[in-house]
Design a protein around this ligand. Structure first.
Ligand SMILES: O[C@H]1[C@H](O)[C@@H](O)[C@H](O)[C@@H](O)[C@H]1O
Length: 563
């Protein structure tokens, strides 16, 4: 039965054997540097040996990453396309103009249903496998796109957007998890960030397609319908994609897991057998620990033994290392949304229109393109500068640019921020404060896209296998929950609180978030996914993680690997 870990435990190896095999495979060689003290030297060697892979990965892992990331492309496309769709529908639906309520429901239904879908995606990912969730999301993406393209009523459109929302919720949770479970440790950050490149790229493409179809009668039907093409393509590609080795080992298919690991690590390590054995042994150890933990849970709680979901949830909420992982993942995902970025993604055209820019949609394209361009920067930094430092360096820039925008909003006269098309483009002559607002927003977007945009999606690595999909689902749901709230509250806040105070609120969120990250987010760059649980075992692991990084750098310098 898929997802049944007992299958694994019925195999011949017992825990001691597995632990011994890990220790044996990690036993340092004799060629140590003569100058380093013994303990430090052994640490260095163990760490360089645990992370012996170098280089940019092989064709197998890149092809799989790109194939999986089509889900990211669809996420980006379907969230980005809505702004041009709304302004192009005219009276095509229900023979009338869309009201503000219609627009709100059409937009919010997607993020709301993404919120609903993400916990279910985690539940089924453990039972049916990671690939099943990708296929299921693709079917929903296709059905939702075609439904929207052919619908004739407002409610039909809301239904289509809800189906797409379910698909986005599933894809946004499963794609990073699938990649994180396949990737070699030294590339995991970068490979997971490929998904972000496709999300932000999909959003930019959606803006461009929206702009090019907007003057064609009924062109919006093409805008939304095109989303079916990548989904259908991915369904065919999935036939060639394997399950992740972590999932295969968990359901007792160890030989298959080994074969996949061999393909993943081919040409990335000097000692393929050693790397594959070590990785497989670490996965097995994690599975046995999971069994121990659930036996303990059964003994210490009244929770029914058969209900793995309840056991997983109880563990996430009461077992401190798991709770720490959940707190960090939800903090990062919540902060990503609460810092207000999607208010720009959804409403930048409205803001630029009320600022009096003659071509607000083109100006707002600059937001989507900057978001994409700086995700490319993140792609280079995430496994070099690290997750923690990327956030600690960029969030202050986000806060300062939000404050700059807040101050500049005091010098401009805004029209139409209630969302109605009240502002007449070109009715105000933009001056220095208007341009400074654009500069501040672009600075905000570029710093966001370098840190807070991609880093929270590394979430799966924080959770041990036993609670990985459930934990990732809960943090993905946090993301969509706050996404929905920001989408619903931005325009009312601009109106009720004033633009200045709205942006000050987002800046304050950044400041509080920065402190929380500084306090509790350890650096996981370069660690194998099975090692990360150890960091959160007795505390937040921030100090240990930074010391580990220093030791690793030292070891790399000595062996001439790193820079
Ligand atoms: O990380 C992504 C990315 O930053 C997108 O541009 C944004 O629209 C999403 O909400 C976010 O989750």
């Amino acid at each position: 039965m898929p997802g049944d870990v007992s299958k694994y435990s019925s195999q011949t190896e017992d825990k001691e054997e597995v632990e011994m095999s890990i220790m044996a495979s990690r036993d340092p060689d004799h060629d140590s540097a003569p100058t380093a003290p013994l303990i430090e030297r052994e640490d260095d060697q163990r760490e360089t040996r645990n992370t012996p892979q170098t280089g940019g990965g092989n064709a197998f892992i890149w092809t799989l990453t790109l194939a999986a990331c089509i889900g990211g492309l669809l996420f980006g496309y379907d969230t980005g396309v809505i702004s041009s769709t709304l302004v192009s529908i005219g009276t095509d639906l229900s023979d009338r103009h869309l009201t503000s309520l219609d627009k709100g429901l059409i937009t919010a239904s997607t993020s709301f249903f993404a919120l609903i879908a993400s916990p279910f995606a985690g539940f089924f990912a453990d039972r049916l496998g990671r690939k099943s969730i990708i296929i299921f999301s693709d079917i929903l993406f296709t059905a939702g796109a075609l439904w929207q393209a052919f619908t004739t009523s407002v409610w039909g459109m809301i239904l289509g957007r809800s189906v797409v929302g379910l698909a986005i919720g599933g894809a946004s949770m499963i794609v990073p998890l699938y990649i994180a479970e396949l990737a070699p440790g030294h590339l995991r950050g970068r490979l997971t960030t490929v998904q972000l490149l496709l999300i932000t790229g999909g959003q930019a493409v959606a803006y461009i397609i929206g702009w090019s179809f907007s003057s064609m009668p009924g062109g919006w039907r093409w805008m939304v319908g095109i989303g079916a093409i990548p989904a259908i393509t991915q369904i065919f590609m999935l036939a060639l994609m394997p399950e992740t080795p972590r999932y295969l080992a968990r359901i007792g298919q160890e030989e298959k897991a080994r074969q996949i690991l061999r393909k993943v690590y081919r040409n990335t390590t000097t000692d393929l057998t050693f790397t594959v054995d070590t990785t497989l042994a670490a996965i097995k150890k994690e599975i046995l620990e999971e069994e121990d933990a659930s036996t303990l849970l059964k003994q210490t709680t009244e929770s029914p033994s058969s209900n793995k979901f309840v056991a997983g949830l109880t563990s996430l909420l009461t077992h401190p290392p798991h709770t720490r992982a959940l707190v960090i993942a939800c903090l990062l995902q919540g902060l990503q949304q609460a810092a207000g970025f999607n208010s720009l993604m959804y409403f930048s055209a409205t803001i630029f229109q009320s600022l009096g820019f003659t071509n607000p949609t083109l100006t707002s394209l600059s937001i989507a393109l900057t978001n994409f361009a700086f995700t490319v920067v993140a792609f280079y930094l995430i496994d070099r500068l690290g997750r923690r430092r990327s956030l600690l360096y960029t969030i202050p820039i986000m806060a300062v640019s939000l404050l700059l925008a807040a101050v500049m909003f005091r010098f401009v006269d805004l029209r139409g921020t209630e969302g109605a098309p009240a502002a007449q483009a070109g009715s105000v002559q933009p001056g220095l404060p208007h341009y400074l607002i654009v500069v501040a927003l672009l600075l905000y977007v570029s710093s966001y896209a370098t840190g807070l945009g991609p880093v929270p999606w590394q979430q799966s690595e924080l959770f041990p296998l036993s609670v990985r999909s459930l934990g990732s689902s809960l943090s993905t749901a946090t993301n969509w929950g706050l996404n929905t709230i920001v989408g619903l509250t931005f325009l009312p806040m601009m109106q009720g609180l004033t633009p200045t105070w709205t942006f000050v609120v987002y800046a304050a969120v950044c400041a509080v978030g920065w402190l929380a990250i500084w306090w509790c987010y350890p650096e996981t760059m370069g660690m194998e996914i099975e090692e990360i649980g150890g960091l959160l075992q007795d505390g937040w692991g921030v100090k240990e993680s930074m010391e580990r990084l220093k030791r690793l750098k030292r070891a790399e310098r000595r062996s001439g690997i790193g820079g």
